[in-house]
Design a protein around this ligand. Structure first.
Ligand code: FMN
Ligand code: SF4
Length: 518
């Protein structure tokens, strides 16, 4: 009998020895003359347990982690003998608290399936959304996405169905679907996990988008720092073509759709949709003025849907189970689930997919277990480098687009970076301006010049040089950047700066803020 073992080959698992563990397990099996099959999966997203090795037991999967190459012999013996006393034995992965309390819709297969096998994808319910979409008129597919309440997971939270309808309603000989896989936000890795762990769900989502709006060609724009994701995605695209999920006559229908992966050279601003389109066209990535919207004139001047990986990867389950199923999760105008990524100084870093509405405190103190350093949590930055820093006094905030906007913050792509009490918030504010100065595309003055002036003003505040005047100047500069910048790089940099100044004034040499004033 052959023992099946599942060893993640996700970049996160590889970084901590995933390949070495797989090799050591094979060597140990050869020595014992037992037959094993090692399936290289993506990650379940429980990164402090990687490499997490799974085997098939009578009650489903059984996991061990974190496994090193030195543990391979004993882990294999335990797996062969069904011994659950091994010190690294975790039981059923679904019973690990971090996973048990999640609602995995978009990430349902991630870490479970062989990401390069279309058969495995289909064996785990993959392809059903596309099957249903092919039975519906394209306008009904768009209506289903609109009714689900899905909003863009790339940052802006724009309703996906409305974007698709705009493209569908714009007449053109050629339309495009562009997937934004630039994933430049600090502390984010959900797009990478999908591309490395369940790429067919993205391919299926893009194909459904193509059918819905009348586009026959798609591009996935991936950052060059994701070589593993690029390789897995390309293999999956080839398998999808062979299996009839891409190409002419998709699944025997009259629809055609194909996909290509394009690799970005690595600029944060190339994640901004119009800059990305320039980059895709072979130009330097510079932000375009809107209008025209990409939905009217996008890639090569043609109507283009541009969506984040997670937005597109959420479409198959919406089509499979219906809009109402998806819409039933969440709160307010934030419907469905959000794959939240816990990172930074956190005890349990990982991907936590849950319905909107969970509070920051539940996430950071509960699910994340506080800091890895064991010191008190002082601040969390949510939504990448353009997101606000929140103090503990705002930990009651629910994960909801509108609640975060009301608190002068943003959910963005769902990255949560945790800091302990050793963080210097004036330095963090300076870093936000410096980051903007380095990454600015240079097209507009408030961002190009303002960010450099911002670094200088914060430096003067830190040196206690005319602190009151310079603090007022910083506030004025942030106001100009917020309202005068062409895109959100310059426009949102004031969020981390102003939140640091507002919530942590003592780090800028001012009296501490009273808790009750929050
Ligand atoms: C500076 C900047 C960087 C951005 N980076 C990304 C990114 O890496 N990935 C992404 O999906 N969206 C990014 N966005 C948002 C995109 O402009 C756009 O809103 C998104 O791709 C639309 O897809 P969605 O509606 O599915 O979210 C960025 C925006 C700005 C201003
Ligand atoms: S805000 Fe910055 S990145 Fe955006 S268009 Fe202006 S200069 Fe370019």
């Amino acid at each position: 009998m052959t023992l099946r073992l599942f060893v993640p080959a996700d970049a996160g698992a590889l970084a901590v020895g995933g390949d070495e563990v797989a090799h050591a397990l094979q060597v140990a099996a050869n020595r014992r003359k037992v037959s094993i099959e090692i399936v290289r999966t993506g990650s379940r997203g429980l990164y402090w347990l990687e490499p997490m090795v799974e085997t098939v037991a009578s009650a489903g999967r059984s996991a061990y982690g974190p496994v090193t190459a030195a543990d391979a012999e004993s882990v294999l013996d335990a797996a062969l003998g069904g011994d659950d006393k091994h010190p690294l034995h975790l039981g059923r992965p679904e019973d690990v608290a971090f996973l048990k309390t999640q609602t995995r819709l978009t990430f349902a297969r991630c870490g479970i399936v062989d990401p390069r096998s279309l058969d495995d994808y289909r064996a785990h319910d993959g392809g059903k959304g596309l099957g249903r979409a092919l039975q519906m008129p394209p306008a009904s597919v768009i209506e289903e996405v609109t009714q689900s309440g899905l909003r863009g997971r790339g940052g802006a939270g724009f309703p996906t169905g409305i974007k698709w309808k705009t493209v569908a309603d714009t007449a053109a000989d050629q339309k495009y679907i562009v997937c934004n896989a630039d994933e430049g936000d600090s502390g984010t890795y959900a797009d990478r996990m999908i591309m490395e762990g369940d790429p067919f769900v993205l391919i299926e989502g893009m194909t459904i988008a193509g059918i819905a709006v009348g586009a026959t060609q798609g591009f996935v724009y991936v950052r060059s720092e994701y070589p593993r994701a690029i390789a897995v995605l390309n293999d999956a695209i080839r398998a999808a073509r062979r299996g009839g999920m891409l190409g002419r006559d998709i699944a025997g229908s009259s629809f055609a759709f194909d996909l290509e992966v394009r690799v970005g050279a690595g600029a944060y601003v190339c994640g901004e949709e119009t800059s990305l389109l320039d980059s895709l066209e072979g130009k330097r990535g510079v932000v375009r003025a809107k209008p025209p919207l990409p939905a009217h004139k996008g890639l090569f001047g043609m109507p283009t849907v541009i969506n984040n990986v997670l937005s597109l990867a959420s479409v198959p389950i919406i089509l499979e189970k219906g809009a109402a199923f998806y819409r039933d999760f969440g709160m307010g105008r934030s419907r469905g689930t959000m794959p939240i990524q816990l990172a930074g100084n956190v005890k349990y870093p990982g991907l936590y997919e849950t319905a909107f509405g969970i509070t920051l405190g539940e996430l950071v103190d509960g699910i994340g277990g506080g800091t890895r350093s064991g010191r008190p949590v002082r601040a969390v930055q949510v939504g990448g480098p353009l997101g606000a820093y929140f103090p503990r006094s705002l930990f009651h905030l629910p994960f909801d687009y509108e609640a975060f906007a009301k608190a002068d913050g943003l959910i963005g792509h769902g990255g949560v970076v945790v800091f302990d009490d050793t963080v210097d918030m004036a330095k963090q504010a300076r870093f936000a301006m410096e980051f903007c100065a380095i990454e600015s595309c240079g097209k507009c003055t408030p961002c190009r010049v303002g960010s450099t002036r911002g670094v200088e003003v914060i430096d003067r505040i830190i040196r206690n040089h005319n602190r009151a005047d310079n603090t007022a100047l910083l506030e004025d500069l942030c106001h100009t950047m917020k309202f005068g910048s062409l895109c959100a790089l310059g426009g949102f940099t004031p969020y981390p700066v102003m939140s640091a100044l507002t919530h942590f004034p003592e780090d800028f040499g001012a009296p501490p803020k009273l808790q009750a004033a929050e």
